[in-house]
Design a binder for this molecule. Structure first.
Ligand SMILES: Nc1ncnc2c1ncn2[C@@H]1O[C@H](COP(=O)(O)OP(=O)(O)OP(=O)(O)O)[C@@H](O)[C@H]1O
Length: 231
């Protein structure tokens, strides 16, 4: 579960400050995709960065599974991020020299040195995830041998490797054609339910909104109104 409670974030702007996120309160429950939409500059990416614990808000709290992340030290926040948050950025940021399977396995090397047993478990999980997104036959391919949609699928499965409870996704379809984009959105909805993540998904593409469980619209840093949802 992720809960943002009265979160405000400002940035320096000349002599003053610009309010990127303005007193936002928002919850996404497990198995729920909450879309964050709104015009350019309305604060969507800033909100996601706060939710990811990458930026500490000026005020308000960010709760991940009831842990108040705004109370954590930077190193505690980094551990929480690694264990509980999966992040998918706009462009797939895969490492060119690694195969799809290796892109996932690399996630296990980021924390403490993994044991042989945990490497074996990770390999099983990577195989399971690649199978779940229809990439089992492509697991030994490098990014340049995959389509944009397939690369984004690898990106999404990589974010799920450590079993996060929260999945944060920023404009996942912006580099894709409409058909691949629709496939990626379907996948995020399906994986959110299968892996019981609380998902926040930033998109300005209104065509995808009917598939979302919840939709909020941002304007000038604030949430203006919840929109009707699909379910
Ligand atoms: N690092 C920063 N320093 C200063 N101002 C920033 C910074 N990041 C964002 N802003 C400002 O905060 C506001 C919100 O920006 P943000 O990128 O969150 O909006 P957005 O809705 O994600 O826009 P887009 O859809 O174009 O990506 C804007 O006024 C932007 O100029």
């Amino acid at each position: 579960m992720i809960h943002l409670d009265d979160v405000t974030l400002t940035f320096p702007d000349g002599d003053g400050r610009v309010t990127a996120v303005d007193r936002v309160t928002l919850t996404s429950a497990p198995r729920t995709v909450t879309a964050i939409t709104g015009p350019s500059g309305s604060g969507k990416s800033s909100l996601l960065a706060v939710a990811a614990t990458l930026i500490r808000p000026d005020s308000g709290r960010v709760l991940i599974d009831d842990v108040d992340t705004t109370e954590l030290t930077p190193s505690e926040a980094a551990i929480l991020r690694r264990r509980r948050i999966g992040i998918v950025f706009q462009q797939s940021n895969l490492l060119p020299s690694l195969t799809a399977l290796e892109q996932l396995m690399v996630m296990t090397e980021l924390g403490d040195r993994p044991s042989r047993a945990s490497r074996a478990t990770a390999k099983e999980r990577a195989d399971e995830l690649l199978e779940a997104v229809g990439l089992a036959d492509h697991r030994h391919k490098r990014p340049h041998q995959l389509s944009g949609g397939q690369r984004q699928r690898v990106n999404i499965t990589r974010a799920l490797m450590n079993g996060p409870s929260v999945l944060l996704v920023d404009e996942p379809t912006s580099a894709l054609d409409q058909e691949s984009g629709a496939g990626v959105i379907d996948l995020i909805v399906r994986l959110t339910q299968a892996f019981q993540t609380s998902t926040l998904l930033v998109t300005h593409d209104l065509v995808h909104l009917p598939q979302m469980h919840e939709v909020v619209r941002m304007e000038d840093g604030g949430i203006v109104a919840p929109l009707p949802s699909a379910s």
